[in-house]
Ligand binder design. Structure first.
Ligand SMILES: Cc1ncc(COP(=O)(O)O)c(C=O)c1O
Length: 483
């Protein structure tokens, strides 16, 4: 999921920038530099190399919008651990709720007994559901597990096997989730065959369809819904098709919001054929796009909704939400798992929703979103940068900026790809992200295109947003200058 950005020597550069933090950080810590050195060597020798990582060193502390490393580096974190610590790192209220629960009951196991935090979480989350029909909850640990549960439930409930997903989608790295993930080949490379019965259609993203950025969404939508009809006529008969799974904002596929008309079209087709609509809000959910769930804007009703990431602000918890009328048909034992709906994670997640209300998080998202868009759009208006900025998009604080590419995705064969600018800096997105990191801000790329994504904390302060914008602008200018 992380784009591999080589960040060698980052530590040295950032060390120079943040030496003043180093002293403070180190006095607060009981761990000596030589201990950290030992741990770094241990990591270098024993960590699984299959994990990609954008920084080196050891992250030792998180506080609000910032994280600190063992060598004193301090970063403004505009990744939120990929959309997780949305209320800031180590949010005091959330951590306290978890700590208190730790002293009462850590684990009860969902097949042994209900526990109070699970039920409190349901009590707090019910009022923020995007549709009142969503009233049946199953909590699990990770997004991928929740995706697996939704696919299994869809097959069980419809008695059908096939699943339709979107080109550019990301749903996780377990076998079922990998089968419906179509954003990058790296996620399933060398592991086929995956779960059978997964079919895909294009997502209405101009670049996916090799159309110009200003293509009207109505045309993109029309093309994609036509492909859906074609798929149902040519490849998977509706009576063999259990569900359509969709992210309302494509996350790992480039931060592209699905047009309302497209989501309505999917709903229509599902209703027409008795298929279920599964909405994956793992990355787009929980205030990220300015509403509690991104699907809200469209008014479309999901049959199942998958949530994770921001739900526990860092405590591992995910969920599949459906309606009782459906889940009442499941035989007990169909879903479950040792750690499903862990008591500490549920206590944290219940508190997250209290913080949302009391700290008026959605209001902050609205103003900080305007601030960020305004700055990015000012870059686009600068004639020296304009030729290299193809698109600024997103909602709330889930914002992507797409740069031009010098070569396109298939440098040897693609002659007609849109977004190719002959003198554009090579690999612009990853170079910009790398420079941001060198300047003290963590930020990620996304998709196979040249896209940098902003995932700042939802309670980010005006000054920190200003600082993040400044770092980003400097990085873009430097990359353009260097060519
Ligand atoms: C939309 C979406 N679905 C599912 C997942 C998988 O979640 P997890 O990494 O918790 O398994 C992710 C993770 O990035 C995601 O963005």
């Amino acid at each position: 999921m992380l784009s591999r950005i080589a960040v060698r020597n980052t530590s040295q550069l950032a060390r120079t920038n943040f030496t003043h933090v180093s002293a403070r950080c180190m006095t607060a810590s009981a761990v000596s530099q030589s201990d950290y050195q030992h741990l770094r060597t241990l990591g270098a020798n024993h960590l699984n190399k299959g994990v990609g990582r954008i920084t080196d060193g050891i992250m030792v502390k998180g506080e609000g919008s910032y994280v600190k490393y063992d060598d004193g580096r301090k970063y403004l974190d505009f990744t939120c651990g990929i959309g997780v610590t949305n209320l800031g790192h180590a949010n005091k209220r959330v951590s306290r709720a978890a700590a208190e629960q730790c002293m009462k009951l850590v684990h009860s196991q969902c097949s042994i007994a209900m526990h109070e935090p699970y039920l409190r979480l349901i009590q707090n989350i019910l009022p923020v559901m995007p549709h009142k029909s969503l009233d049946s909850f199953f909590f699990w640990n990770s997004g991928s597990e929740a995706v697996e549960a939704s696919l299994k439930m869809a097959r069980t409930l419809t008695g059908r096997q096939n699943i339709i997903c979107m080109q550019g989608a990301y749903h996780g790295r377990t076998y079922g989730a990998m089968a419906v993930t179509k954003s990058k080949t790296i996620y399933s490379q060398n592991t086929h065959p995956l779960m059978p019965g997964a079919f895909s259609i294009p997502f209405p993203y101009w670049h996916n369809m090799n159309l110009p950025p200003d293509t009207p969404v109505s045309k993109l939508t029309e093309q994609c819904l036509y492909q859906l009809d074609l798929l149902l006529a040519q490849q998977t008969h509706p009576k063999d098709t259990a569900a359509i799974i969709v992210e309302p904002v494509l996350g790992e596929g480039g931060y592209v919001a699905a047009p309302k008309e497209f989501l309505e079209g999917l709903r229509r087709v599902c209703d027409q054929h008795g298929m279920l609509l599964i909405v994956d809000e793992v990355q787009s959910g929980y205030g990220r796009t300015g509403t509690m769930f991104a699907i809200e804007e469209s008014g479309v009703r999901p049959d199942m909704m998958i949530i994770a990431k921001g739900l526990g602000n860092g405590f591992p918890i995910s969920g599949v939400i459906s309606r009782r009328e459906l889940t009442d048909k499941l035989a007990p034992g169909t879903v479950g798992g040792t750690y499903a709906g862990n008591a500490v994670s549920c206590a944290a997640a219940a508190e997250v929703l209290e913080v949302f209300k009391e700290d008026k998080i959605l209001e902050n998202v609205a103003v900080r979103s305007k601030q960020l868009f305004k700055h990015l759009e000012s870059l686009q208006q600068d004639p020296t940068l304009a030729p290299y900025i193809l698109d600024i998009r997103g909602r709330g604080l889930m914002i992507g900026i797409e740069f031009a590419s010098r070569t396109g995705i298939a440098p040897t064969s693609t002659q007609h790809e849109v977004g190719i600018v002959a003198d554009a800096p090579e690999k612009m997105a990853s170079r910009v992200a790398k420079k941001c990191i060198e300047k003290g801000m963590l930020i990620l790329t996304t998709s196979v295109y040249e896209v940098v994504r902003f995932i700042p904390p939802l309670n980010v302060k005006e000054d920190d947003m200003k600082k993040g914008c400044k770092i980003f602008e400097e990085a873009v200018r430097e990359v353009v200058r260097e060519g």
